[in-house]
Design a binder for this molecule. Structure first.
Ligand code: 5AD
Ligand code: SF4
Length: 428
């Protein structure tokens, strides 16, 4: 979502204010950091980064420094107190107001702060989307009403709000005209989507995906991030009917322990999660499933952790994201007693990551010899004349082929599985 917002910030500045991209921070007249506050680490990095920008501003006082994103939402004016070199603070829902904030700063030289949640106004006032490559993010809903006890998102991005179907379809049609073949429909709680359809009726995400699939040039559809509680039968059934839905689903379970899930207020049990995955695999055998995991949630016992490890093996999760729990100000979990030492948590995380990487390695190895549809993104990073693209289950594949294929969907036979990528040969 932050990548999507960063692209929108760039669109606004280029379209509305005539900015161009600078080659380096030293050459820029405006420096913006788009921040994340999901874990403390990410938040702290921002302030050390701003320290480096202070020096740039000392040498050139005309440089304007802005802080965007969820840290701004959470800390508002306090950002200015902690980093006096900052001139503008705006949140995820006010990025479209940046031109006005820049103009006001220009006239008054007073710092500008706007971290409100005007929701619909944002999408109504964004310029035409600019595609960068064959794959694009498209925000379909924002915010979250779930209030999982560890999470800041409901506080930083506000309540759930869905964009009308028509707006989303127009955005995707515009992207398709610029060569986009794969869209990733975004939302913090994406399957709670309930935007209006053309008749003013509430539409589900499944109905929206059916409409997106009618756009010929769009060949692949992904959606992130799903909450298991809202991952329902209609969407599962769509995996049976809609071949444009990729053979991969990110469905974060967070923990395999019902105790921990309850403390997290995730609103499902490990058995319910397994049931949903089983249903999905019935209609899409072989679908790869990935997850997010939080290790060391307050009160997580060794036994609770082992339940997570058991679930990982049982579901056979593919490449996933995992983190040590990080207490976030203002959340319920931050007030819970937590007597597990950090060392223990780190050991649990290492065990979990080792198991996931073993399983992901097996998935990659099993792909050797198969034919895969690959969306070609770029020249290979190894600069050996090869090109690189991604499979439906998000593996990078390097193979011999002309650069003219960049942006195309091609058939590739997988010849070798490496730890972080695959090798293949072009079939068509
Ligand atoms: N500590 C650690 N991980 C967190 N996440 C969200 N909040 C926290 C936190 N306080 C993780 C969850 C979520 C992902 C985006 O970030 O796993 O799915
Ligand atoms: Fe945060 Fe996701 Fe829970 Fe919403 S559903 S509160 S975004 S973890």
């Amino acid at each position: 979502m932050n990548e999507y917002d960063s692209a929108k910030i760039a669109d606004v500045l280029i379209d509305r204010c005539g900015y161009t991209k600078a080659e380096s921070a030293e050459e820029a007249t405006l420096l913006i950091v788009n921040t994340c506050s999901i874990r403390e680490n990410a938040r702290n990095k921002i302030f050390s980064g701003l320290g480096r920008w202070r020096k740039i501003k000392e040498e050139n006082p005309d440089v304007v420094i802005a802080v965007a994103g969820c840290v701004s939402s959470q800390e508002g004016e306090n950002v200015l107190k902690q980093a006096t070199q900052v001139d503008i603070v705006f949140g995820p829902q006010t990025l479209h107001r940046l031109p006005e904030m820049l103009a006001a700063y220009d006239q008054t030289h007073l710092s500008q702060v706007d971290v409100s949640f005007p929701e619909i106004e944002k999408f109504d006032s964004l310029p035409e989307p600019r595609a960068e490559g064959a794959t694009a993010f498209v925000s379909i809903m924002e915010g979250c009403n779930n209030f999982c006890t560890y999470c800041v998102v409901p506080y930083t991005r506000g309540r759930e709000w869905s964009r009308p179907q028509q707006d989303i379809l127009e955005e995707i049609t515009a992207l398709a005209k610029q060569g986009v073949k794969e869209v990733n429909l975004l939302g913090q709680n994406v399957n709670a989507y309930q935007g209006e359809d053309a008749n003013g009726e509430k539409s589900s995400i499944a109905q929206l995906i059916r409409e997106v699939a009618k756009i010929d040039a769009i060949k692949r559809i992904r959606f992130t991030t799903s909450h298991p509680k809202w991952f329902g039968d209609e969407l599962i059934q769509l995996f049976a009917e809609e071949p444009k839905l990729v053979n991969h689903l990110h469905l974060p379970v967070q923990s395999g322990s019902d105790n921990v899930l309850k403390m997290m207020k995730r609103k499902y049990t490990s058995a319910e999660y397994k049931e949903k995955v089983a249903k999905l695999r019935e209609v899409r055998p072989g679908i790869c499933i990935s997850s997010d995991f939080i290790v060391g949630f307050p009160g997580e016992t060794e036994e609770n952790f082992n339940e997570t490890m058991d679930l990982i093996k049982e579901i056979d999760f593919d490449q996933s994201f995992s983190f040590v729990y990080s207490p976030r100000p203002g959340t319920e979990a931050a007030k819970m007693e937590d007597d597990t030492e950090l060392e223990v948590k780190k050991n649990r995380l290492a065990l979990l990551q080792k198991q996931i990487s073993r399983q992901a390695g097996r998935v990659s190895a099993a792909m050797v010899g198969t034919e895969q549809m690959v969306l070609v993104h770029q020249e290979s990073k190894q600069k050996n004349g090869q090109i690189a693209g991604r499979t439906e289950n998000n593996r990078v594949v390097n193979f011999d082929g002309p650069v003219e294929l960049i942006g195309e969907l091609v058939k590739v036979r997988i010849t070798e599985a490496l730890p972080n990528s695959l090798r293949g040969e072009l079939i068509s």
